[in-house]
Design a protein around this ligand. Structure first.
Ligand SMILES: Cc1ncc(C[n+]2csc(CCOP(=O)(O)OP(=O)(O)O)c2C)c(N)n1
Ligand SMILES: [Mg+2]
Length: 276
C-alpha cells in the first residue's frame, strides 16, 4: 500500500510509541503483571489513532481492555494522566485498574475488558453523534479473539445498518487469543470477506508500521461505507523471546526479561530513526 509521511511527523509518532511502550513496560514490571504482549501488540495502532488521526474531542474505546496499561500510558503521553496517576497502576484504590473502569481521571467513558462489548459501546456513541449531527468520531480498537463474541457481530450489523461512518473499527489482528491461535480456537478467516459482507469498507494495514496505518486512514475515507481496518500485528511485538507466543499474554516479566525487552524495544526504535 503506497504511503507518504512527513519525516518529522513520522519521527514524532515513533518517539511517542517508544515512550508509551517504555512507560507501560515499567508499569507492568512494578506491578508484576501480565498482558505485556497484548499491549505491545496494540502500541502503534493506539499511538497512531491518538496522535495521527483523532481530534481532541473524539473518543477512543479500547475494547481489548486487558491492554489497559497501553491506554493509560497513551493518556500519560497526551498529558491527560500524570506521573502520580501512572504510579498508582494496579494499586489499591487506583483509578488505573488492570482493566479500564469508567474513569473521570483518564476521560474513559466506559469500562471495558469483558471482551466483545466495546464495539456496541462505540456503535451507540456513533449513533448519538450522528443524530446530534456532530463531527465527533469514535475509534474502537478490538482484539481478534473477541470477534468470537456474537455481540461484536451484532454491533457490526448495527454500524452498517445505520451507516455510522463516524465509527472507525480497528482490529488488532495478532492471530493469537488467550488459549491458542485464533484459527484453531474459532476460525475467523476470511475475515475481510466476512466484514465486507456485513457492509464495511475493509482496509488492511500493517499495524506496527505508521506509513501503512496512514495509508489505511486515507483508504478508509474514500468509501461511503463505515471502515473496518484489519491491523496485522504481532503479539508481544519487540519482545523477541515471546513474540507471537501465547505466553506473552499472561507472563509477568522477570528482572532479566524486563531488562532485555526494554533494550530490544529501544534498539528497534533507534534502528527506525536511523532508517527514516
Ligand atoms: C468475555 C470475556 N471472556 C474471557 C475473558 C478473558 N480473556 C482476557 S484476554 C482474552 C483473550 C485474548 O486474546 P485476544 O482477545 O485476541 O486479545 P489480544 O490477542 O489482542 O491480547 C481472554 C479470553 C475476558 N476478558 N472477557
Ligand atoms: Mg489476539
Amino acid at each position: 500500500m503506497p504511503a507518504a509521511m512527513n519525516p518529522t511527523i513520522h519521527k514524532d509518532l515513533l518517539t511517542k510509541a517508544f515512550n508509551i511502550k517504555k512507560r507501560f513496560l515499567e508499569m507492568y514490571k512494578s506491578a508484576n503483571a501480565g498482558h505485556v504482549g497484548c499491549s505491545l501488540s496494540v502500541a502503534e495502532v493506539i499511538t497512531y489513532v491518538r496522535f495521527g488521526w483523532m481530534s481532541d474531542t473524539d473518543e477512543i474505546i479500547l475494547s481489548k481492555g486487558h491492554a489497559a496499561a497501553a491506554l493509560y500510558s497513551l493518556l500519560a503521553e497526551d498529558g491527560t494522566l500524570n506521573e502520580a496517576d501512572i504510579q498508582s497502576f494496579y494499586k489499591n484504590n487506583t483509578y488505573l485498574a488492570a482493566h479500564p473502569p469508567v474513569n473521570k481521571l483518564g476521560r474513559i467513558p466506559f469500562a471495558t475488558g469483558s471482551l466483545g462489548h466495546g464495539l456496541s459501546i462505540a456503535a451507540g456513541l456513533g449513533l448519538a453523534q450522528k443524530l446530534k449531527k456532530t463531527d465527533k468520531k469514535v475509534f474502537c480498537i478490538t482484539s481478534d479473539g473477541e470477534i468470537n463474541e456474537g455481540s461484536t457481530w451484532e454491533a457490526a450489523m448495527f454500524i452498517a445498518h445505520h451507516n455510522l461512518k463516524n465509527v472507525v473499527w480497528l482490529i488488532d489482528r495478532n492471530k493469537l487469543q488467550g488459549f491458542g491461535r485464533t484459527e484453531d480456537v474459532m476460525k475467523l478467516e476470511p475475515l475481510d470477506k466476512k466484514l465486507a459482507a456485513f457492509g464495511f469498507n475493509v482496509v488492511v494495514a500493517e499495524g506496527h508500521d505508521f506509513l501503512s496505518l496512514e495509508a489505511s486512514k486515507i483508504e478508509s475515507q474514500k468509501s461511503e461505507l463505515p471502515a473496518a481496518i484489519i491491523c496485522n500485528t504481532t503479539k508481544g511485538n519487540g519482545w523477541k523471546t515471546y513474540e507471537d507466543k501465547v505466553d506473552c499474554h499472561y507472563l509477568p516479566m522477570k528482572d532479566d526479561q524486563y531488562e532485555l525487552v526494554r533494550k530490544e524495544v529501544e534498539n528497534a526504535y533507534m534502528h527506525h530513526l536511523e532508517n527514516l
